[in-house]
Design a protein around this ligand. Structure first.
Ligand code: TYD
Length: 135
């Protein structure tokens, strides 16, 4: 089964005063935004993520700097390198996600389709494999 993730280009408004990009729910991304969080000041060599969500969809943007995102649906793996603020990665639910290779001063914005709920996390990879193969 192919991973249903994809890069989504966002609108860009470029002028001599600088650039502007925007995300609108259900228009630029395929879900309603319930939450936004951001990751910053990541020490060199650190990883983030290392879990899947049972129902949360995410859209991840490198607002500044760059980082890698490794996705795994239990069968296939794929890797994306994000390094621009005018596109992002859509990650559906039930995808194991790891982020690493953060550049100095990188800033990752993550918008999500759910409110925070620790019960929505799958933090054990073997449990994730079992649940994803049962789907
Ligand atoms: P976590 O999702 O594990 O971080 P990452 O996936 O980036 O490695 O969250 C780290 C901590 O932050 C954890 O204690 C839960 C808390 N947290 C919230 O309280 N609300 C949120 O919306 C998020 C994403 C995390």
């Amino acid at each position: 089964m192919k991973i249903d993730s994809r890069i989504i280009q966002l609108p860009r408004f470029l002028d001599e005063r600088g650039n502007l990009s925007v995300i609108e729910e259900d228009k630029d991304i395929p879900f309603k935004i319930q939450r936004s969080h951001w990751i910053y000041d990541v020490p060199g060599g650190e990883k983030r993520g290392g879990h899947a969500y049972k129902s949360t969809q995410q859209f991840i943007i490198a607002l500044s700097g760059s980082f890698d995102i490794l996705l795994d649906n239990g069968e296939n793996q794929t890797c994306y390198h994000l390094n621009r603020s005018y596109y992002g990665l859509y990650v559906p639910e039930m995808i194991w996600c790891e982020m690493d290779n953060f550049s100095t001063n990188s800033l990752a914005l993550i918008v999500s389709s759910t409110e925070y709920d620790e019960q929505d996390y799958i933090r054990d990879y073997n449990q994730f494999k079992q649940l994803s193969s049962a789907q």
